[in-house]
Write a protein that binds this ligand. Sequence first.
Ligand SMILES: NC(=O)c1ccc[n+]([C@@H]2O[C@H](COP(=O)([O-])OP(=O)(O)OC[C@H]3O[C@@H](n4cnc5c(N)ncnc54)[C@H](O)[C@@H]3O)[C@@H](O)[C@H]2O)c1
Length: 346
Amino acid sequence: MTLLITGGAGFIGSAVVRRAIADGRRVVTLDALTYAGCLANLDPVAKDPRHVFEKADIRDRAALDRILAAHRPTAVMHLAAESHVDRSIDGPASFIDTNVTGTFTLLEAARAYWAGAGRPEGFRFHHVSTDEVFGSLGAEGRFTETSPYAPNSPYAASKAASDHLVRAWHETFGLPIVMSNCSNNYGPYHYPEKLIPVVILKALSGQPIPVYGDGANIRDWLFVEDHAEALLRVLEAGTVGRSYNIGGESEASNIDLVRMICAILDDRRPMAGPHARLITFVADRPGHDRRYAIDPARIRDELGWRAATPLRTGLERTVDWFLANEDWWRPLLQRRDAGQRLGVGA
Ligand SMILES: NC(=O)c1ccc[n+]([C@@H]2O[C@H](COP(=O)([O-])OP(=O)(O)OC[C@H]3O[C@@H](n4cnc5c(N)ncnc54)[C@H](O)[C@@H]3O)[C@@H](O)[C@H]2O)c1
């Protein structure tokens, strides 16, 4: 089995690549290496003969056709995306370009490749999406695969649009797709603009730790390596045309999560006072969804997958990874807009 993994130099994509190679699969990583892409994420597999890297943009049809023809993948796992909600507020255009037009271009290239190969039944197009397409929950309830779409940010709207395209390419053209919608990930190689790495790195440097609004927004956190395993399970065992919600069953408010990280750092890197004294509440993100939570019953009951890593254990592993891998994150702090507050709106 040869997998073509788009966005494989990003946070989650690289976890899937590393896991697939460790499992003995052949992998072609396709990535445009935007500000969020990082070849160092693939260092652990760089010398493996079963891994090939192709620098290409999913909006470039000619490049996609060439790569598909050259490597003849048995499946496409589509993770390439603009992924940061705050950036989608400051500049939505690139989210529409990559997440909508890029997904369309990739679907068309995959459809032509699959048709040209005689429409093999075993081919899969796995579209990787987010729970943010479902909008915001109140205090009760969880998202299921039949929850109505109600995206609130430009990022979520662009992902929702891409989900609809993938579904339509299955219904109209018969392309054998599977889809998954996942909750918030965290773990090693997390780009240092997202909440958890920001908290770790600000705390380590003794700077204010920004918490949006009142910190009561709730997310359902999933360790990235558990997500990678779930994605490969959906790819291999998921029913064609079906979507699967993937969640960690680990809900936490942002403020509780930040306090947990501070407590871990108090243990690992004690400083004069508790790290939590650095917590600073800042203006909220416009359209900030209050609560996300995933009901993972379908993937658990049909595919036998369940998140393996408890939140506290995953956070300890993440903090320890950032402490041990300064060579990875320090250069990223020099990249575009690093460390700036983004997405405060007009
Ligand atoms: N991070 C999360 O918590 C989360 C949760 C659920 C779903 N997702 C989805 O999972 C996927 C991966 O998320 P992530 O957090 O790893 O994102 P990321 O921003 O870390 O990585 C995205 C990767 O895609 C590449 N890319 C961007 N535009 C491209 C283009 N036009 N052509 C080719 N490559 C391009 C980037 O270079 C980068 O390597 C996304 O589709 C995202 O919507 C993320």
